[in-house]
Ligand binder design. Structure first.
Ligand code: AMP
Length: 220
């Protein structure tokens, strides 16, 4: 079966880490709009130039820019995929539904990684990722063996500009206002599975894998 899936959760809930882990295991394309936008910014493309100021301020990038970078990739993912960081608002969810319906397919399952708000700021500010291979680490919860060096490829670890305390508050506010209502949207569609994200990384991965492989709920 070709699995079409998405992972939801607040910034810092562990979406990216979990998505990397389960995509390797299940051979799914990992489609992270945050990563695609950061690459566009780094490459200086037109989309990147439009996205940068919004990202730096912790605001959502305009939908049309996100659609441009994502749908070009999505159309090339003929196998299964896991969307990470998309959709972020109702308009994006509806556009995704329309886009998939035009290809006579639909999302199979959406996993919501749930972490209490009080834990999110510490999780975000301690986050680091490899500048070469993109692997995620955390200074407190998932530290590299050698400080500032990637365990996998030896690349230098980086601190994202929008993971500072100043921007984190804004990102959490945007999440609650625009993205959290999507949990209800997918629950109504009958395809939502909730996972407790405030557990050991391995345990969360096991539950996400379980949700993706076994627990595809009946469509409403
Ligand atoms: P992330 O890596 O998912 O935390 O995304 C980092 C930043 O990229 C966000 O704070 C937004 O500025 C932007 N971004 C990522 N995905 C989206 C999306 N689906 N819609 C709008 N902006 C996005």
């Amino acid at each position: 079966m070709t699995l079409r899936s998405a992972i939801l959760g607040a910034p810092g809930a562990g979406k990216g880490t979990q998505a990397q882990r389960v995509c390797e295991r299940l051979h799914l394309a990992h489609l992270s709009t945050g990563d695609l936008l950061r690459s566009a910014v780094a490459a200086g493309t037109a989309a990147g130039k439009q996205a940068k100021s919004h990202m730096d301020a912790g605001r959502l990038v305009p939908d049309d820019v996100v659609f441009r970078v994502l749908f070009e990739r999505l159309d090339r993912s003929t196998g299964g995929f896991l969307l990470d960081g998309f959709p972020r608002n109702r308009a994006q969810a509806e556009e995704l539904d329309r886009r998939l319906a035009s290809q006579r397919v639909a999302l199979d399952v959406v996993v919501d990684i749930e972490v209490p708000d009080s834990r999110l700021a510490a999780r975000l500010t301690g986050r680091r990722s490899c500048g070469s291979c993109g692997r995620s680490f955390h200074l407190e919860f998932f530290p590299p063996a050698v400080a500032d060096v990637c365990d996998d490829c030896g690349g230098a670890l980086k601190h994202r500009a929008d993971d500072t305390l100043a921007v984190v508050g804004q990102r959490l506010a945007v999440y609650h206002e625009q993205t959290a209502p999507l949990v209800d949207y997918y629950e109504r569609a009958g395809i939502l599975v909730r996972v407790d994200g405030d557990q050991d990384v391995e345990r969360v991965t096991a539950e996400v894998l379980d949700a993706l492989q076994n627990d595809v709920p009946e469509r409403a």
